[in-house]
Design a protein. Structure first.
Lengths: 400, 363
């Protein structure tokens, strides 16, 4: 089997499995005052310190959550409520049009239920938000902006945003910026302090850690109202008994991923560039979507090293996916909804790709277990697969 | 064979797929998403492609151990079936959307896609029999027989179709589903038109066509008896919901006899005036070779019931059917399906879309 869907989830690393397995058989609620509780708490705090150290944050800035979706919701809604509570004029949310649904739908929910006004930040043809786009959106009225949310790197097309520059623009007006760095941690140099973001989302299962474990890095001075109320375990911003094994596994994975990020990025970039070069030779009309990945943004690569996202003219993504699946190659059409129907990607549409072409898209995402043999397997299959998918055409679409 | 099993999430298509697997075929399950109104796929609509139905189909595929995908045919379905359904009613005809779906989606768009992707056949949970002789026959279970809505398929389409449940009564299919561990074994049958989950066809049409008032006219006297909100509210043979505020002079119920879409006139009258002795159909389709002369057969003019011995013949592009015994409720837009009676299951010869009913035959 050739697994090229690491952006969906990637195998746990051995360090994480080992640390988590040990913690699973150890008793203790981190909030308890006795020995077992103190032992659990110590493990949690060591994990917090390890994650903070790996990502340029203070330990007190690490808020444990259940993953990317919770972290995104907490940042977007919590910061909106806190900023609006401090000044009722602050009701405008600025978010990029290519955010993950966890941000997109949270913002939309604020608009529909909490009186938020949304300014969707336009992206360029690569899916990138430019600093002057943000500056212009803020300039409409700097006093009514509650927060800005722009992802570090796009989960579909891999384009990296200039987060440092964007945070700087926002900071000039005292506006907090949240960034969803779910895809970035582990391959890109992510430094919370240097980036200047007020809040940053990461999740375990995209970087070799467990499912159901994530973090919101939340600046010490950044007000954020809680979504979950209860024991107030995490700075009163997040309640719920701490999941010690998951936190330990997450910390082990983050430590491993960040330590090996430069080497891994180089390896993945080489594999990815090989895949792109050879695939476009086999299928000359395949279009690589997103930044070509040959330049730098904030001292890192301009595209996620493991990401290769293509559109294949006159093909349907679901045909391509099924045929590759039958050949033992697992990848993704981009974004899926609850019923499992591939809808034309909002990311591609925001980038100006036409709907028809957008439907014929595939994302190959490489990760820490990927090899040259995986790339060879794709190359061996892709030509006939595209030819066959093309003959099947766009059967679900209107003929006109 | 490589078989694509269309899985609706119901018990019949689940057992059909199971039987295809048991027969040794290489089976892939596909659920067709047919509704794409924004929001409905995320929040769950009721009807043809609810998230629940897709889930049920997926769970059946899991039990069978076959790959499963959801394919989006919403645009083709909207164009070929829903838009057609509305346009047909607007034109004063009575369409059969299941038949159109088989003709234009399942055994056209889906089958074409399947063949192009390397499959040999499409398998569905329709109750009909398709034997090695290539003949399409009624199902063993007469109450469940769906050969009527498959009669639009030509021989080259039928050559790539599998209907594995047609040889078993419905109760047997449910029992088999239970034995096979399929959770849909006791899922209720679907009755409504899938894209009108409320079952209120008139409201569905009114929302799309608006009010187009016209007169209700007595077929015999020509007297205007009242008015109506649009011809799309009526079907030939309909008795209820005519909106007449007074009984007929003879005290007997009145029925819709005819619909004239251009003037918006709906003609009503006594039951005996419903009886027709012949009909004309357009776009005839043959499951085998087209006949060269008159064919003795049994004609069926709606999905359930409406059978009469008949003689059918081609007149240019038109199919002319002479009924040996009169039939009521022959509505333009419905299909006339011709069967050849056979002890091994009546054989479908062909079909056409009814354009005209004749109340007195004149050769």
């Amino acid at each position: 089997m050739t697994y090229l869907d690491h952006a969906a989830t990637t195998p746990m690393v051995a360090e994480s499995v080992a640390a988590m397995s040990e913690a699973l058989t150890t008793l203790g609620n981190a909030s308890s005052l006795h020995s077992s509780g103190r032992r659990a708490r110590r493990v949690v705090e060591e994990s917090r310190e390890a994650i903070a150290a790996a990502l340029g944050a203070r330990p007190s800035e690490v808020v444990f959550t259940t993953g990317g979706t919770e972290s995104d919701n907490l940042a977007v809604k919590g910061m909106y409520w806190a900023r609006r509570a401090a000044d009722p004029a602050r009701r405008r949310v600025l978010a990029s049009a290519v955010e993950h649904h966890a941000v997109l739908d949270a913002v939309q929910w604020l608009a529909e239920h909490e009186g938020a006004e949304v300014t969707w930040l336009e992206v360029d043809g690569f899916g990138r938000v430019h600093a002057d786009t943000l500056a212009a959106a803020i300039a409409e009225n700097p006093d009514d902006v509650a927060l800005v949310s722009v992802m570090w790197a796009n989960n579909e097309v891999g384009t990296v945003n200039p987060v440092r520059e964007l945070a700087e623009v926002a900071a000039r007006h005292g506006i907090p910026l949240h960034t969803d760095a779910v895809q970035a941690v582990g391959t890109l140099p992510v430094d919370f302090r240097a980036a200047g973001a007020a809040a940053l989302t990461l999740t375990g299962h995209k970087l070799g850690g467990p499912y159901g474990a994530g973090v919101l890095l939340l600046g010490r001075d950044v007000p954020c109202a809680p979504i979950l109320h209860g024991g107030g375990q995490e700075r009163d911003v997040r309640s719920g008994t701490l999941d010690v094994p998951a936190i330990v596994g997450l910390a082990a994975a983050v430590t491993e991923a960040v330590a090996h990020a430069p080497r891994r990025a180089a390896e993945l970039t080489a594999l990815r560039d090989d895949l792109v070069r050879r695939l476009t030779a086999v299928v000359p009309d395949a279009v690589l979507n997103g930044d070509p990945g040959q330049s730098t943004v904030d001292d890192g690569p301009s595209r996620l090293p493991g990401n290769a996202h293509f559109s294949f003219p006159d093909c349907e993504g679901d045909s391509l996916l099924m045929l590759l699946d039958a050949n033992g190659i697992e990848c993704s059409t981009g974004s899926a909804c609850t019923a499992g129907v591939a809808q034309p990607s909002h990311v591609l549409l925001a980038m100006g790709v036409n709907q028809r072409l957008a439907r014929g898209s595939l994302r190959f995402s490489l990760g820490h277990t990927s090899t040259a043999a995986d790339v060879d397997a794709v190359l061996a299959a892709i030509g006939p697969v595209v030819a066959r998918a093309r003959s099947a055409g766009l059967a679900g679409l209107r003929r006109g | 064979m490589r078989v694509l099993a269309a899985m609706s999430g119901g018990v019949d298509s689940a057992v059909a797929a199971a039987r295809a697997v048991a027969a040794g075929h290489d089976v892939v399950g596909v659920h067709l998403a047919l509704s794409a109104r924004p929001g409905t796929l995320r929040t769950g609509s009721r009807g043809c492609c609810t998230v629940e139905d897709a889930h049920d189909a997926r769970r059946a595929a899991d039990v069978l151990g076959i790959p499963f995908y959801v394919w989006d045919f919403a645009e083709r379905f909207a164009e070929g079936v829903v838009d057609d359904f509305v346009a047909e009613y607007a034109a004063g005809r009575t369409p059969n959307p299941c038949l159109r779906c088989n003709e234009r989606i399942k055994f056209s768009a889906l089958l074409d896609k399947a063949l192009a992707l390397g499959f040999d056949a499409v398998c569905t949970g329709h109750y009909a029999r398709l034997g090695p002789d290539g003949l399409l026959r009624r199902a063993v279970d007469a109450d469940k027989d769906q050969s009527y809505v498959l009669a639009v398929l030509t021989a080259d389409r039928l050559a790539h179709a599998l209907f594995p449940v047609g040889d078993t009564p419905k109760a047997g299919i449910r029992a088999e589903a239970e034995e096979r561990g399929l959770a849909v074994a006791h899922k209720p049958d679907s009755h409504d038109i899938c894209f009108i989950p409320s079952g209120d066809t008139r409201a569905f049409l009114a929302a799309r066509l608006g009010a187009t008032p016209g007169p209700l006219v007595d077929d015999e006297s020509g007297e205007v008896l009242g008015s109506h909100a649009g011809v799309h509210g009526f079907t030939v043979g309909q008795r209820h919901g005519l909106g007449l505020d007074r009984p007929a002079a003879d005290g007997r119920p009145r029925y819709v006899l005819g619909i004239e879409p251009v003037s918006g006139t709906v003609r009503v009258g006594a039951r005996e005036r419903l009886a027709v002795t012949g009909l004309v159909g357009e776009r005839p389709v043959w499951t085998g070779a087209a006949p060269t002369g008159p064919v003795e057969c049994v004609a069926q003019v709606r999905a359930h019931g409406g059978l009469a011995p008949a003689v059918a013949s081609l007149d240019g592009d038109a199919l002319v059917v002479e009924l040996r015994t009169p039939l009521e409720g022959v509505a333009p837009g419905q299909a006339v399906v011709l069967y050849r009676p056979d002890p091994a299951g009546d054989v479908v010869l062909g079909s056409a879309t009814i354009t005209r009913a004749c109340r007195s035959w004149d050769p």
